[in-house]
Design a protein around this ligand. Sequence first.
Ligand code: AMP
Length: 281
Amino acid sequence: MKIVKNSKELERVVGQLKVQNRSIGFVPTMGALHQGHLSLMEYADKENDIVVVSIFVNPTQFNDKSDYAKYPRILESDIEKLNKVKCDIVFTPEESDMYPEEDKRQFDFGNLDKVMEGKHRPGHFRGVALIVSKLFEMVKPDRAYFGEKDFQQVAIIKHITKQLKFDVEIVSCPIIREEDGLAMSSRNMLLTKAQRENVSLISETLFEAKKIAKNSSVSETKDWVIRTINDNPFLKVEYFDIVDTETLETIKEWSQNVDKVGCIAVHVGNIRLIDNVRFYS
Ligand code: AMP
């Protein structure tokens, strides 16, 4: 595996790969890698000649400074993990390389950033769009792999890929969970033992909600989820909504003939976790 620390060197390496006509599968991450990240690399490996992974904790997508400050940074152990999977190139740029000057670009996401994460984390998706567009320009991937754990992010990235006319196929991959159902996340390692024991209620409640939904209205189901999680003293729901997977507009009736996903954000002390589950009723 090649470790590439700056964009100049990446340009050279990618240039060679392009001359050789090798296809590139790209997995952007913020590090503190877990099986969720590694699963994306496995998908990338199946469909491409070369797997490129980036590790960069992107400051512009953090609307909360303390969240950025405490975000886990464990590059050495990340590299060890990458050495054991199919990763050909890991790109670990410095902030000054990704943002040599302030990037003032604005994006039009339509409705997609007006709800859920976008509504509760102002500026977050602009930061995501800034970094992903810069990385796409540098890595020049044929395909890029994103986890459905960040459901809204995938929708946003598909949107800007079209809007900015990137010739990149966006591949969305399923959520990888711990044994007790908790969606894997780099932030999970910040949880205390007591918090960790309680957060499995989030996914348990989402899975149970799929059963509740069979005999309840959409709003009854949403109320039940919020009440059940908020009854646990460790957890505080920021939002839970059941939305159209394409438009992210709120679902009012189960009879609406669209694919549906229930998305949640929960505060656990000063840590914020997200998860989602599909509804098929
Ligand atoms: P992050 O490092 O949190 O920015 O995540 C990098 C990529 O890994 C994103 O596309 C995430 O959606 C994806 N990812 C994070 N957690 C999981 C998970 N539990 N299952 C699948 N993909 C994930």
